[in-house]
Write a protein that binds this ligand. Structure first.
Ligand SMILES: NCc1[nH]cc(CCC(=O)O)c1CC(=O)O
Length: 308
């Protein structure tokens, strides 16, 4: 090889854990890559990492966590980019593709509360810290008597704010906590009936240049077909909705033998308006099922539902 295989990643602890998982899986599939210097992990700072004072929805725009990594792919500063698929826009920039989806983690969200309460027994008026509109809307759907305040930062930051009493509760994706080994302090895991996950939550995707057949071949053994059929259906749902990032949208597909079941949900940010959809069909029909479900729920929304 003329140069090391360069893995591009963000620098957050979770992003680094995902980059290391990718490296480990590459080495397991191709033992020659264990040689010193065969793989290099290169860290890039993304716009999303720089914006710490506002919620992402306020910052606006899509691809806040992916753009700089994609530029590195175009320039050849990275051969592959490791992403949380949850942060990857439904339409990829030209000339790039997701070459592999790693086996998906648990898709559910975890709740942390100071008093050890679950969601249903948190005292009225409790402050729930989350910057995510999907989580905000579904918390308020179930508990309109709670107050949601913006809370950003990595896992450690959020937990220290919880300890300091800035908020009474916060939520994080179980997948990220598992990958960081930080599940110990979880108070409750929220079932999808209460908190439907974000599209592609818990899935790691690896992006490459479409003209890079060498890297595509290296990644082929890492690809998980089951994860792909679920994530592709969910992303088709999101793509058909064409929602702004200020609209709470959730979806989850599960496989049962050869069949795919998917649930989708669109809410108002205050959780008062909730639109749901459910579909089942052969796994091979996932993309059409997702797109169809997205179109149907969109048609049911009031005309001015999507925020600009
Ligand atoms: N938007 C940030 C983000 N992107 C992916 C994850 C967690 C890992 C995953 O869902 O794959 C997180 C943090 C969180 O929501 O708790």
């Amino acid at each position: 090889m003329t140069h090391p295989l360069r893995i591009g990643t963000r620098g957050s602890p979770l992003a680094l854990a995902q980059a290391h998982e990718t490296r480990d899986r590459l080495i397991a599939a191709h033992p020659h890559l264990a040689a010193p210097g065969a793989i290099e992990i290169v860290v890039f700072k993304t716009t999303g990492d720089r914006i710490l004072d506002r919620t992402l929805a306020e910052a606006g725009g899509k691809g806040l966590f992916t753009k700089e990594l994609e530029e590195a792919l175009y320039d050849g500063r990275a051969d592959l980019a490791v992403h949380s698929m949850k942060d990857v826009p439904t339409v990829l920039p030209p000339g790039l593709e997701i070459a592999a989806l790693l086996p998906r983690e648990d898709v559910r969200d975890a709740l942390f509360t100071r008093g050890g309460h679950g969601l249903d027994d948190l005292p009225a008026g409790s402050l729930v810290g989350t910057a995510g509109l999907r989580r905000q809307a579904q918390i308020l759907e179930r508990r309109p008597d709670l107050r949601v305040v913006p809370l950003r930062g990595n896992v450690q930051t959020r937990l220290s704010k919880l300890d300091a009493g800035e908020v009474d509760a916060t939520l994080l994706a179980l997948a990220g906590l598992r990958r960081l080994g930080l599940t110990e302090r979880i108070t409750a895991v929220l079932e999808p009936e209460v908190m439907l996950p974000a599209v592609a939550q818990g899935a790691i995707g690896i992006e490459i240049r479409s003209d890079d057949a060498t890297t595509r071949a290296l990644l082929a053994p890492l690809h998980c077909a089951g994860t792909a059929s679920r994530v592709i259906a969910e992303r088709a749902f999101l793509g058909a909705l064409d929602g702004s990032c200020r609209t709470p949208i959730a979806a989850m597909a599960v496989l049962d033998g050869g069949r795919l079941h998917m649930r989708g949900k669109v809410l108002s940010t205050d959780g008062r308006q909730v639109f749901r959809i459910e579909r089942s069909g052969p796994a091979a029909d996932g993309p059409a099922m997702g797109a169809d479900a997205g179109a149907e729920i969109k048609a049911a929304l009031p005309p001015d539902f999507f925020l600009p």
